[in-house]
Design a binder for this molecule. Structure first.
Ligand SMILES: [Fe+2]
Length: 509
C-alpha cells in the first residue's frame, strides 16, 4: 500500500503546526443582490466589483436559474456540466479578507444539454466557514490576508477554504473541491453540498492534496502535497476506482510553494521555483514568510512513475504557477509553462481590498521546456506569447502528445486600470488564434472540451466565462476549438455576475 514507512500524517501535522505558528497563536437571490449592480463601477474597481455582491447579507449562499437566454446555438453534442471553483466571499460582518486566495469558496455548475443551459452556484460548507460564521468574524489570515486576533491552528484543514479547483472522478459521480495545503473536500455533484474531507488513506488523512491533480487516460489520478517549510513532497497515486494505490514522501529542494505539475506516460514532472518560506513567530499569513531567491535556478524534477525517485535538472531562474501538458519523445520530455521572472509581485498584487490601485497580471511568457532525461540536461525556449496564463489542453491527451493549448492573455489594448485578462488563445504549433472579448470584459479560465464522437482536437470546443463589469453580469461563451477567431458559437447570458474564479472541469453527460 505504501512505499514509505514515514507516516505522511505525522509530518504533515507537525510541519504545518510549526509553520502555522504564523497563523497566530437562485433567481430570487439574484434579485436580492441586484442593488449592487446599480452602482457605477470605475475601471479600477472592475475586478473587485465581481466579488462585492457575495459579501453582503443579501447573499444567502446559493444562486440558481432556470433555462438561460442563449445567443447563437449550443452544439447538440455538448452535454454536461462545467464546474468552476474560486474564492467568492471576503467579508463577514465587519471582518474582511484582503487576498484573493483566501475567500470562502463558491462552486459554479453550468449545466448544458439539449440546446439549453442553467446555472447553480453554492458557497461551500467548510469547517472554516462554520467556525467563522459562529464567531461572527474571520479567524485565520490564510495565504495573504491579515485578521485581528487570529485563532491558533490545530490542523491544516481548519484553514482550508477548498477554493482553487475541482477533481471529477467516476465519470462525474464523485466531485472534490481542492485547495493545495489541505484535504480535498467531497461534494455532491448534483447539489454541491459538502460531504466532508476526503481521506485517501488513514495515513494521509488531513495531509495536503494539490489543486492540480493530473489524470492519466486510464483514469489513474496523480497528485501531490506540500507544506511550506517542510522540504518534502507527498505523492499520491489513486486508481480510477478511487482507491489509493501508492503514497510516498520525497525530500526535495525548493518545494515551499508547488502549485502545479505535469505527467507523461512514464514520469511526473515538477518545476520547483526559488521561493523560500521561513516561519517566524510574528508572521500574520503565509505570504509574509515567503521570499524570492533571485538568480537561483528553476529546478525541473522528474520522477519515474515506477519508482518515484526524483532527478533534478537546472533551468534558468524563473517562477511558475501553471504548467501545460507534458509528453515524451523517446527519452526527452517536452512541456510548456507560463513563466514569470518571479511570482512574488503577482502574489502581492492579488488583493481584493485595493480596487483603485493600478494592477498588472504580470508578464508570464509561454515557455517550452525540453528535458533530456538520459543526457541529464534541460533547456527552454521562450515563445512570443506573453501576458498569458491558465493553460488547458485536451483531457484525453494528458501525458500524451497533444496539438491544441488554450490560454488566456491580457491583450495590449486592455485598460491598464482593469486587472485580469480579456483574450482567449488557441495555440497550435507556432500558430495562434485569438478571440478578444473587448472593452468591459474580464475573461476567466477557458477550457477544452472534447467532442464525444470525434477524436480530432479541433473538433472539440473551448468554453469559459467572462465577466462584463459595466453591467455586472457573467456570460459563458462556447467556441469551436479550431475556429476560435470566428467568435463564439453560442453565448449563455447569466442574470447576475459570478465571482471571478480560478479553475474548472467539464464533466460530460
Ligand atoms: Fe492553479
Amino acid at each position: 500500500m505504501t512505499d514509505d514507512t514515514r507516516p505522511a500524517r505525522e509530518w504533515s501535522r507537525r510541519i504545518w503546526l510549526q509553520a502555522m505558528g504564523l497563523a497566530g497563536p437562485g433567481a430570487g437571490l439574484s434579485a436580492g443582490i441586484a442593488p449592487a449592480f446599480a452602482q457605477v463601477i470605475e475601471p479600477g474597481d472592475a475586478w473587485a466589483s465581481a466579488f462585492r455582491p457575495f459579501d453582503g447579507p443579501a447573499f444567502q449562499g446559493e444562486l440558481r436559474t432556470g433555462s438561460l437566454a442563449i445567443e447563437g446555438r449550443l452544439p447538440a453534442e455538448l452535454r454536461g456540466c462545467l464546474y468552476r471553483n474560486g474564492p467568492a466571499r471576503f467579508r463577514l460582518n465587519d471582518s474582511r479578507l484582503s487576498h484573493w486566495f483566501d475567500g470562502d469558496a463558491m462552486v459554479q455548475a453550468i449545466r448544458l444539454g439539449a440546446g439549453q443551459a442553467s446555472h447553480h452556484g453554492r458557497l461551500l460548507d467548510t469547517p472554516k466557514r462554520r467556525q467563522e460564521e459562529a464567531a461572527g468574524r474571520f479567524l485565520y489570515g490564510g495565504f495573504g490576508s491579515t485578521v485581528s486576533r487570529p485563532r491558533g491552528l490545530r490542523s491544516p484543514d481548519e484553514l482550508n477554504p477548498a477554493n482553487i479547483n475541482l477533481l471529477a472522478m467516476a465519470g462525474g459521480k464523485r466531485l472534490y473541491a481542492l485547495w493545495e495545503a489541505g484535504s480535498a473536500l467531497d461534494l455532491d455533484p448534483d447539489t454541491l453540498a459538502s460531504r466532508g474531507w476526503k481521506a485517501w488513506s488513514p495515513e494521509t488523512a488531513g495531509a495536503p492534496f494539490s489543486a492540480h491533480p493530473r489524470v492519466d487516460p486510464d483514469g489513474t489520478v496523480w497528485s501531490f502535497g506540500y507544506m511550506p517549510g517542510s522540504g518534502k513532497l507527498l505523492i499520491y497515486q489513486i486508481g480510477a476506482d478511487g482507491i489509493l494505490k501508492r503514497q510516498a514522501v520525497r525530500e526535495l529542494p525548493q518545494v515551499d510553494m508547488v502549485h502545479d505539475f505535469a505527467i507523461t506516460e512514464r514520469h511526473l514532472v515538477f518545476l520547483l521555483q526559488p521561493l523560500v518560506f521561513a516561519a517566524r513567530a510574528d508572521l500574520r499569513n503565509l505570504l509574509e514568510g515567503m521570499r524570492w531567491n533571485p538568480g537561483a535556478p528553476l529546478l525541473a524534477c522528474v520522477m519515474s512513475k515506477a519508482t518515484l525517485e526524483p532527478r533534478l535538472f537546472e533551468l534558468p531562474t524563473g517562477g511558475v504557477f501553471h504548467l501545460g501538458n507534458a509528453w515524451e519523445e523517446g527519452d526527452t520530455i517536452r512541456l510548456g509553462y507560463a513563466r514569470a521572472e518571479s511570482i512574488m509581485a503577482l502574489m502581492q498584487q492579488l488583493r481584493v481590498d485595493t480596487p483603485a490601485a493600478p494592477q498588472e497580471p504580470g508578464s508570464s511568457v509561454w515557455t517550452e521546456v525540453s528535458i533530456d532525461v538520459a543526457g541529464g540536461r534541460a533547456s527552454q525556449q521562450m515563445t512570443d506569447l506573453s501576458a498569458i496564463e491558465f493553460p488547458r489542453t485536451d483531457p484525453r491527451r494528458t501525458g500524451l502528445r497533444h496539438s491544441l493549448t488554450v490560454l488566456l492573455q491580457r491583450g495590449p489594448t486592455m485598460d491598464p486600470r482593469v486587472f485580469g485578462f480579456d483574450t482567449v488563445i488557441v495555440r497550435e504549433g507556432e500558430r495562434s488564434q485569438r478571440h478578444a472579448y473587448g472593452s468591459g470584459w474580464i475573461a476567466e479560465e477557458h477550457l477544452y472540451v472534447p467532442h464525444p464522437h470525434d477524436t480530432r482536437e479541433g473538433a472539440g470546443w473551448v468554453l469559459g466565462p467572462a465577466y462584463h463589469w459595466p453591467s455586472g453580469k457573467t456570460t459563458l461563451s462556447v467556441f469551436q476549438a479550431d475556429a476560435l477567431a470566428q467568435g463564439p458559437l453560442a453565448q449563455v447570458r447569466l442574470p447576475y455576475g459570478l465571482p471571478l474564479g480560478l479553475h474548472g472541469q467539464f464533466v460530460a453527460a
